[in-house]
Design a protein around this ligand. Structure first.
Ligand SMILES: [Zn+2]
Length: 298
């Protein structure tokens, strides 16, 4: 559930509240979400107790807590994982899997109603045992993600563009919701083959990746909700089937792309195989689309 903008928000809110805090008690209710990769440290709860949280950062879709004197707690929330930081007395997040009591009296809790998320307690030497951790592609917010780099990565790809966007070994990291939002901003149909994109379309796609993510980070931060709340009110097409496109009014459609639901506007994102749609050039409505807030330079 949490995608890159949500994770950036979690790091910005949670980081200052937990840095330097010692974990003095661990409540573990759902051991199924945990993976113990620290040899000779006892069980998950015993090994965490007494360690101090030194730092928190995001690595692709992972939240990476470095611990002192050693070890790392690495969380991949998958579909439904949520974190909560709360005073003792506040209602715990639903479907709580574990909770860490900090030495200032606050609780850091993890809830996950599907229990599909993964929580690893590991050392630096065991990162290879965490699926996806070491093979993340270029960070889409990093200075390394230039137009040239993007062209080099997408060159030769034959996937449908939505499948490519979600390949985390290429781009780190775009999830379902923002893949749809990026393609809408770029005016590109989700099933377009990467190989068929023009230079201009690749440029629009690159600009939209950076533009939509920067905009979404801003929107999530502005909403200022507690970190356990899912904040997606600002999305324009995701999960909006049959609602009017905010640009042209056409009903948003849903299509299956390699087993994932994809939401798009059939007018602003014309199918490339539909003859005479002008799919390689932007329709006037899609051009207007580019002028809505995420393109605004701040
Ligand atoms: Zn539209």
């Amino acid at each position: 559930m949490p995608e890159l903008p949500d994770l950036e928000y979690i790091v910005s809110v949670l980081g200052p509240r937990i840095r330097g805090r010692r974990i003095d008690e661990v409540v573990l209710k759902e051991p199924i979400v945990t993976r113990m990769l620290l040899p000779d440290a006892g069980g998950f709860a015993r090994a965490l107790t007494g360690r101090t949280i030194a730092d928190l950062r995001r690595h692709g879709p992972f939240l990476d807590f470095s611990l002192a004197p050693d070890g790392r707690l690495i969380i991949h929330c998958m579909l439904a994982g949520r974190l909560q930081i709360a005073a003792a007395g506040e209602k715990p997040v639903a479907h709580m899997c574990f909770a860490l009591h900090l030495d200032n009296g606050e609780w850091l809790r993890y809830g996950d109603d599907k229990r599909m998320g993964k929580v690893y307690l590991t050392g630096n030497g065991s990162l290879a045992a965490i699926p996806g951790y070491l093979d993340q592609g270029v960070g889409i917010l990093s200075p390394d993600f230039t137009r040239d780099r993007f062209d080099a990565i997408i060159k030769g790809r034959r996937h449908q563009v939505r499948v490519f966007l979600m390949d985390q070994t290429a781009l780190s990291a775009i999830g379902n919701a923002y893949a749809d939002e990026i393609l809408f901003a770029a005016g590109i149909h989700p099933k377009t083959s990467c190989a068929s994109l023009s230079d201009e379309q690749r440029g629009r796609l690159y600009d939209s990746i950076r533009g939509v993510m920067t905009w979404a980070i801003h929107m999530v931060r502005e909403a200022g909700q507690p970190i356990e709340v899912k904040m997606r009110d600002h999305v324009k097409v995701r999960n909006r089937k049959d609602e009017p496109c905010p640009v042209c009014g056409t009903k948003i459609r849903r299509a299956g792309v390699r087993g994932y639901d994809s939401f798009f506007c059939p007018h602003c994102q014309p199918a490339p195989w539909a003859a005479g749609t002008g799919a390689t050039s932007l329709r006037p409505s899609a051009r207007r689309n580019r002028e809505i807030p995420w393109e605004r330079k701040e």
